[in-house]
Design a protein around this ligand. Structure first.
Ligand code: FMN
Length: 195
Protein backbone atom coordinates (compact mmCIF):
# COMPACT_ATOMS: atom_id res chain seq x y z
CA UNK A 1 0.00 0.00 0.00
CA UNK A 2 1.48 3.38 -0.91
CA UNK A 3 1.34 6.44 1.34
CA UNK A 4 -1.64 7.90 -0.50
CA UNK A 5 -3.83 4.78 -0.26
CA UNK A 6 -2.83 4.35 3.40
CA UNK A 7 -4.09 7.86 4.16
CA UNK A 8 -7.39 7.09 2.39
CA UNK A 9 -8.10 4.02 4.53
CA UNK A 10 -11.20 4.48 6.65
CA UNK A 11 -10.31 4.10 10.33
CA UNK A 12 -12.12 1.34 12.21
CA UNK A 13 -13.58 2.40 15.52
CA UNK A 14 -14.83 -0.49 17.69
CA UNK A 15 -17.35 0.04 20.47
CA UNK A 16 -17.83 -2.13 23.55
CA UNK A 17 -20.61 -1.31 25.94
CA UNK A 18 -24.02 -1.83 27.35
CA UNK A 19 -26.00 -3.74 29.89
CA UNK A 20 -28.49 -6.57 29.44
CA UNK A 21 -31.30 -4.02 29.87
CA UNK A 22 -33.42 -3.17 26.81
CA UNK A 23 -32.69 0.47 26.01
CA UNK A 24 -29.40 0.44 27.93
CA UNK A 25 -28.30 4.06 28.10
CA UNK A 26 -24.56 3.38 28.06
CA UNK A 27 -25.04 1.16 24.99
CA UNK A 28 -26.98 3.93 23.26
CA UNK A 29 -24.26 6.44 24.08
CA UNK A 30 -21.51 4.20 22.72
CA UNK A 31 -23.62 3.77 19.57
CA UNK A 32 -24.00 7.55 19.38
CA UNK A 33 -20.22 8.11 19.53
CA UNK A 34 -19.77 5.46 16.83
CA UNK A 35 -22.41 7.16 14.67
CA UNK A 36 -20.64 10.51 15.10
CA UNK A 37 -17.32 8.86 14.14
CA UNK A 38 -18.98 7.30 11.08
CA UNK A 39 -20.10 10.78 10.01
CA UNK A 40 -16.44 11.76 10.17
CA UNK A 41 -15.43 8.85 7.93
CA UNK A 42 -14.96 5.85 10.22
CA UNK A 43 -16.07 2.29 9.78
CA UNK A 44 -17.58 1.12 13.05
CA UNK A 45 -18.52 -2.05 14.87
CA UNK A 46 -20.44 -2.31 18.12
CA UNK A 47 -20.31 -5.13 20.66
CA UNK A 48 -23.48 -4.32 22.61
CA UNK A 49 -24.89 -5.58 25.87
CA UNK A 50 -26.28 -8.74 24.28
CA UNK A 51 -22.92 -9.56 22.65
CA UNK A 52 -21.10 -8.95 25.94
CA UNK A 53 -23.60 -11.12 27.83
CA UNK A 54 -22.89 -14.01 25.44
CA UNK A 55 -19.18 -14.03 26.36
CA UNK A 56 -18.16 -16.67 28.90
CA UNK A 57 -16.31 -15.57 32.00
CA UNK A 58 -12.75 -14.79 31.05
CA UNK A 59 -10.50 -17.51 32.46
CA UNK A 60 -6.74 -17.11 31.97
CA UNK A 61 -6.14 -20.84 32.42
CA UNK A 62 -8.62 -21.79 29.66
CA UNK A 63 -7.10 -20.99 26.27
CA UNK A 64 -10.19 -22.11 24.31
CA UNK A 65 -12.22 -19.28 22.81
CA UNK A 66 -15.83 -19.10 21.63
CA UNK A 67 -16.64 -17.53 18.23
CA UNK A 68 -17.94 -14.48 20.10
CA UNK A 69 -14.68 -14.09 22.03
CA UNK A 70 -12.62 -14.48 18.84
CA UNK A 71 -14.77 -11.91 17.03
CA UNK A 72 -14.27 -9.34 19.79
CA UNK A 73 -10.52 -9.87 20.05
CA UNK A 74 -10.10 -9.80 16.27
CA UNK A 75 -12.15 -6.61 15.90
CA UNK A 76 -10.12 -4.83 18.57
CA UNK A 77 -6.91 -6.10 16.96
CA UNK A 78 -7.99 -4.40 13.71
CA UNK A 79 -9.27 -1.26 15.44
CA UNK A 80 -7.75 2.18 15.00
CA UNK A 81 -9.70 3.49 17.99
CA UNK A 82 -12.26 2.36 20.53
CA UNK A 83 -15.24 3.49 22.56
CA UNK A 84 -16.00 1.74 25.84
CA UNK A 85 -19.20 2.39 27.74
CA UNK A 86 -20.23 1.09 31.15
CA UNK A 87 -22.86 1.74 33.74
CA UNK A 88 -21.56 2.59 37.16
CA UNK A 89 -22.36 -0.42 39.32
CA UNK A 90 -21.55 0.15 42.97
CA UNK A 91 -19.06 2.83 42.07
CA UNK A 92 -17.21 0.89 39.39
CA UNK A 93 -17.27 -0.65 35.93
CA UNK A 94 -19.87 -3.41 35.53
CA UNK A 95 -18.72 -7.03 35.52
CA UNK A 96 -20.17 -7.48 32.04
CA UNK A 97 -17.96 -4.76 30.54
CA UNK A 98 -14.90 -5.65 32.61
CA UNK A 99 -15.21 -9.29 31.46
CA UNK A 100 -14.92 -8.13 27.85
CA UNK A 101 -12.00 -5.84 28.67
CA UNK A 102 -10.17 -8.62 30.51
CA UNK A 103 -10.46 -10.77 27.37
CA UNK A 104 -8.25 -8.20 25.61
CA UNK A 105 -5.35 -9.82 27.45
CA UNK A 106 -5.32 -12.01 24.32
CA UNK A 107 -3.64 -9.02 22.59
CA UNK A 108 -0.63 -9.06 24.90
CA UNK A 109 1.68 -10.83 22.41
CA UNK A 110 0.62 -8.71 19.43
CA UNK A 111 3.24 -6.51 17.75
CA UNK A 112 0.89 -3.67 18.76
CA UNK A 113 0.46 -4.83 22.34
CA UNK A 114 -3.02 -4.52 23.90
CA UNK A 115 -4.42 -1.10 22.91
CA UNK A 116 -1.05 0.45 22.14
CA UNK A 117 -1.31 3.52 19.92
CA UNK A 118 -5.09 3.69 19.99
CA UNK A 119 -7.36 6.34 21.45
CA UNK A 120 -10.21 5.08 23.61
CA UNK A 121 -13.30 7.18 24.24
CA UNK A 122 -14.94 6.39 27.57
CA UNK A 123 -18.61 6.73 28.46
CA UNK A 124 -20.14 6.12 31.89
CA UNK A 125 -23.77 6.32 32.99
CA UNK A 126 -24.74 6.43 36.66
CA UNK A 127 -27.79 7.31 38.71
CA UNK A 128 -25.88 10.01 40.58
CA UNK A 129 -22.96 12.41 40.16
CA UNK A 130 -20.35 10.80 42.39
CA UNK A 131 -20.34 7.30 40.90
CA UNK A 132 -19.94 8.59 37.33
CA UNK A 133 -16.69 10.39 38.13
CA UNK A 134 -15.28 7.54 40.17
CA UNK A 135 -16.13 4.97 37.51
CA UNK A 136 -14.70 7.09 34.71
CA UNK A 137 -11.46 7.47 36.65
CA UNK A 138 -11.29 3.72 37.25
CA UNK A 139 -11.93 2.97 33.60
CA UNK A 140 -9.18 5.40 32.59
CA UNK A 141 -6.77 3.49 34.83
CA UNK A 142 -7.74 0.24 33.15
CA UNK A 143 -7.15 1.70 29.68
CA UNK A 144 -3.75 3.00 30.77
CA UNK A 145 -2.91 -0.52 32.00
CA UNK A 146 -3.75 -1.75 28.51
CA UNK A 147 -1.46 0.92 27.02
CA UNK A 148 -4.40 2.73 25.42
CA UNK A 149 -4.87 6.48 25.26
CA UNK A 150 -8.10 7.62 26.93
CA UNK A 151 -9.41 10.64 25.03
CA UNK A 152 -9.14 13.90 26.99
CA UNK A 153 -12.95 14.07 26.96
CA UNK A 154 -14.62 11.29 28.91
CA UNK A 155 -18.41 11.37 29.05
CA UNK A 156 -20.19 10.94 32.37
CA UNK A 157 -23.98 11.01 32.42
CA UNK A 158 -26.25 11.11 35.46
CA UNK A 159 -29.50 9.63 34.24
CA UNK A 160 -31.39 10.82 37.32
CA UNK A 161 -30.57 14.47 36.65
CA UNK A 162 -30.27 14.35 32.86
CA UNK A 163 -32.65 12.91 30.29
CA UNK A 164 -30.38 11.96 27.38
CA UNK A 165 -32.99 10.13 25.25
CA UNK A 166 -36.54 10.63 24.06
CA UNK A 167 -39.17 7.86 24.01
CA UNK A 168 -37.78 6.58 20.69
CA UNK A 169 -34.25 6.31 22.06
CA UNK A 170 -32.97 9.37 20.19
CA UNK A 171 -30.22 11.32 21.90
CA UNK A 172 -31.90 14.67 22.52
CA UNK A 173 -29.83 16.29 25.28
CA UNK A 174 -27.89 19.04 23.49
CA UNK A 175 -25.00 19.13 25.99
CA UNK A 176 -24.47 15.37 25.84
CA UNK A 177 -24.75 15.40 22.05
CA UNK A 178 -22.02 18.06 21.94
CA UNK A 179 -19.80 15.85 24.09
CA UNK A 180 -20.52 12.80 21.92
CA UNK A 181 -19.48 14.69 18.79
CA UNK A 182 -16.40 16.13 20.49
CA UNK A 183 -15.28 12.69 21.63
CA UNK A 184 -15.70 11.36 18.09
CA UNK A 185 -13.53 14.21 16.77
CA UNK A 186 -10.82 13.37 19.31
CA UNK A 187 -10.96 9.69 18.37
CA UNK A 188 -10.70 10.46 14.67
CA UNK A 189 -7.81 12.91 15.10
CA UNK A 190 -5.85 10.19 16.83
CA UNK A 191 -6.90 7.45 14.38
CA UNK A 192 -6.22 9.58 11.32
CA UNK A 193 -3.85 12.39 12.32
CA UNK A 194 -4.09 14.11 8.94
CA UNK A 195 -7.91 14.46 9.30
C1 FMN B 1 -26.35 -3.41 40.43
C2 FMN B 1 -26.43 -1.93 40.22
C3 FMN B 1 -25.57 -1.10 40.90
C4 FMN B 1 -25.63 0.28 40.71
N1 FMN B 1 -24.77 1.09 41.42
C5 FMN B 1 -24.83 2.42 41.24
C6 FMN B 1 -23.96 3.29 41.97
O1 FMN B 1 -23.15 2.86 42.78
N2 FMN B 1 -24.07 4.62 41.78
C7 FMN B 1 -24.97 5.15 40.88
O2 FMN B 1 -25.01 6.37 40.72
N3 FMN B 1 -25.78 4.35 40.15
C8 FMN B 1 -25.74 3.00 40.31
N4 FMN B 1 -26.57 2.20 39.59
C9 FMN B 1 -27.44 2.79 38.54
C10 FMN B 1 -26.86 2.59 37.14
O3 FMN B 1 -25.53 3.04 37.06
C11 FMN B 1 -27.69 3.36 36.12
O4 FMN B 1 -29.06 2.99 36.23
C12 FMN B 1 -27.22 3.16 34.69
O5 FMN B 1 -27.93 4.02 33.85
C13 FMN B 1 -27.50 1.79 34.15
O6 FMN B 1 -26.99 1.71 32.81
P1 FMN B 1 -27.91 1.28 31.57
O7 FMN B 1 -28.95 2.36 31.40
O8 FMN B 1 -26.94 1.22 30.41
O9 FMN B 1 -28.54 -0.05 31.91
C14 FMN B 1 -26.55 0.82 39.79
C15 FMN B 1 -27.43 -0.04 39.09
C16 FMN B 1 -27.38 -1.40 39.32
C17 FMN B 1 -28.33 -2.30 38.56
Amino acid sequence: MNDQSASLKRPLIVGIGGTTRAGSSCERLVAAVLAAAAELGADTRLFDGAALAALPHYAPDHPGRTPGQLALVDAVRQADGMVIGSPSYHGGVSGLVKNAVDLLDDLRMDARTYLDGRAVGLVVVAAGWQAGGVTLTGLRGTIHALRGWPTPLGISVNNMAQKPFDADGMLVDADILTQVKAQAVQLMRFARPAA
